[in-house]
Every structure is written in C-alpha cells, then in structure tokens.
Design a binder for this molecule. Structure first.
Ligand SMILES: NC(=O)c1ccc[n+]([C@@H]2O[C@H](COP(=O)([O-])OP(=O)(O)OC[C@H]3O[C@@H](n4cnc5c(N)ncnc54)[C@H](OP(=O)(O)O)[C@@H]3O)[C@@H](O)[C@H]2O)c1
Length: 326
C-alpha cells in the first residue's frame, strides 16, 4: 500500500517519507479499513517532531495520524464479518501502535472504528475522532448533566473547542467562549464570546453568569488561563483541562482552588476507560446520525503533501481540521 511514514523525529520536510509498504493484516478483534481521509491533529505533529517530554521512537517506523475515515475491507478473528463494507470513522489509530491513518489501509481494534452515517462525508468523519471524543469527555466524562448550566469553553475556534461549544449547547447548557478574533468567534459558532487578547474575560464571564461564575470550564490552556479560571469558576465547579501548551508544568494555586471546592480534571483522550469510550462513541454517533454537529474541514492535499499538511497544523492559524485525501 501507499503510505506516509517517518523513522526518526524531526522537521516534517526532513523526516516524512511517502512510498510503498506492506499491507497491514487485521489481528484478532481488529478490522482492516481502506482509508479515504486522514485527519491531522496537533498531537500527530508534536509526536513526529519529537516534541513530547522524554520522546523516544516507540517503533522503528511510524505511519502517523490517529483520526481518519474509510470503509471496512476485512476483519480479524472474532469480528463479525457483516461489518465489511461499512463506512466508519476512526480514532486513536496510532495510540501505542505503529501504523496510523496516513496510508491506504489501517488495521485497528474494531471498537475504534465507528459507523459513519451516509450524511457525513469521509473528510468530515476524519475531523471527528480525537477532537470530538475529547470535547465529549471534557463535558460529560464525569457524568455531568449540563442542562441549564453555564459553560466556558476557552479557544472555541479550535477543533476541540468548536465541538465542545456545539455539544454543550446540544446538552442544554449556555455557552461562552474565548477567541482571538471576530473571525474565530464566527467559526466557533458560539452565540456569546469574548476576545481574550483584547477584552476583559473575567468581566465578560461574570456578566454572562450574573456574577455567579460558570459551572464548568473546558480548558485549552490550563497554565495560561489558570488565574482567570480561578476568578470565573463557580464554587463547586469543574475545570476539565485538555492542554497546557504555553506552560507544560504550571505552578498550581492549590489553596485558592481548594477554597472554591473546584474539581480539576486533567484529561487525555487516549486513556478514556472502555465503558466511557463506548458511551461517548454512542453519543457522538447519535448526534452524527441526527445531523446535529457541523465539522470544519481544512483541505490538506494528498499523502504526497504530508509535510505541508503537518506544517499547516504546526502554524496554528488554521480554522478546522487539516484533512488529507487518500
Ligand atoms: N488531552 C487530550 O486528550 C487532547 C486532545 C486533543 C487535543 N489536545 C491538545 O489540545 C490543544 C488544542 O488542540 P486543537 O486540535 O483544538 O488545536 P487547534 O485546532 O489548533 O485549536 C487551538 C485553539 O486554542 C486557541 N488558544 C490557544 N491558546 C489559547 C488561550 N490561552 N486561551 C484561549 N484560546 C487559546 C487557539 O486560538 P488563538 O491562537 O487564536 O488564540 C485555537 O483556536 C493541542 O495542544 C492539542 O495537542 C489534547
């Protein structure tokens, strides 16, 4: 099959190779999926760059990209063959595995290939995995009922943030988001927003909540926003943080958070427990089926454009998920 891979960390144009490798074979409990679209996430790009703390090549050759969409072509031992021919969206294809979706074929556990309704394109399905599961987990992973709650989604124009704004609203919450421009506010789809670079976030959020503070924060940069979060979180509130890029080990204001009885959830999509994975996947499938979610595809060219697509994600100013057509 044709694939994109790297065998050492480095700049995208230095290490990403396009060529032919052997087709994968689905093992027991796995499905083989013919990929139509491969989504590029910041984590795929950071992994390839060797930017994670203590990074070592876990496999001699890595085919990148966790997310994608395609059609089940074959199944391994123990998997119901009636699923063959089904359109699916994929997630976590690369987690503790060498071969992801930047290829014509991928083999992965059947639970990570979920039905893609006909009303959702392959490109849209490739946007879905990590961003949508992360947004779901941050909002609902602790079993919360958000109806009537007030939720702050920081960075609502990001791939995770945009889904979080939509899902919180679908669950009956009132949403306020932070963005860095009007264009990003429109992209987020949230009705209420504040420009965190130019305006006073605390004032805007307190006005939005009639001085009460928000019940939940879905946080894209815990360290950068910690002081603001402390001011705007309601006593007993939850901060669900999925990144802290500006400062990877920020100092924690323990007592101020403690005196507000705040729950801090540091979450990672790769470690969602099996039951929660199933619950989240079902919820996402229902929303997809009902056409309740919108997706933002940024065309990333073909597999031969792999380095450019990684650079586009690293630049950080795209609006949506960079998707490679396979
Ligand atoms: N823990 C997990 O499981 C998990 C899952 C998915 C992603 N992530 C991580 O989460 C981060 C975002 O991922 P993504 O795919 O959503 O990236 P993305 O599409 O590039 O979006 C990031 C968004 O965050 C905004 N932003 C950056 N700093 C901000 C701040 N201090 N306050 C408010 N908004 C801010 C950016 O807008 P401006 O630059 O215009 O402000 C941008 O819209 C990445 O570091 C990624 O690796 C973690």
């Amino acid at each position: 099959m044709k694939a994109l891979w790297y065998d050492r960390f480095g700049a995208a144009s230095d290490v990403l190779i396009f060529g032919e490798i052997d087709d994968p074979v689905p093992g027991p409990g796995e499905v083989l999926v013919r990929i139509h679209a491969s989504g590029v996430n910041p984590s795929d790009v950071k992994l390839r760059a060797g930017a994670r703390p203590g990074a070592v090549m876990a496999f001699p050759r890595i085919v990148p990209h966790s997310d994608g969409a395609g059609v089940i072509e074959a199944v391994g031992l123990g998997v119901d063959p009636s699923g063959m021919g089904e359109r699916v969206w994929l997630w976590n294809a690369c987690w503790q595995r060498a071969f992801g979706t930047a290829a014509e074929l991928v083999a992965l556990p059947e639970a990570q290939a979920r039905r893609l309704p006909d009303n959702v394109s392959f490109a849209e399905g490739a946007c879905f995995g990590i961003p949508a599961m992360t947004a779901w987990y941050a909002l609902f992973g602790d079993g919360a009922d958000l109806a009537g709650q007030k939720v702050l989604v920081t960075g609502g124009a990001g791939t995770v943030g945009r889904y979080a704004c939509q899902m919180a609203a679908l669950a009956g919450a009132e949403v306020i988001t932070t963005v860095s421009s009007e264009a990003k506010a429109v992209h987020s789809g949230a009705e209420t927003w504040v420009n965190y670079r130019e305006d006073h976030v605390v004032e805007a959020v307190m006005e939005f909540t009639s001085g009460q503070g928000v019940d939940r924060i879905v946080e894209v940069d815990f360290g950068a926003n910690q002081a603001t979060s402390l001011e705007v979180i309601k006593p007993g509130g939850v901060i669900a943080a999925y990144a802290s890029a500006a400062s990877m080990s920020p100092e924690l204001s323990f007592y101020p958070f403690m005196f507000k009885d705040v729950t801090l959830r540091m979450l990672i999509v790769y470690q969602i427990a099996v039951e929660a994975q199933a619950k989240g996947s079902r919820a996402l499938e229902d929303w997809l089926e009902a056409g309740k979610l919108t997706h933002a595809v940024v065309p990333g060219g073909r597999l031969t454009d792999g380095a450019a697509s990684h650079d586009l994600v690293a630049a950080g100013n795209k609006l949506g998920t960079v998707v490679i057509e396979v």
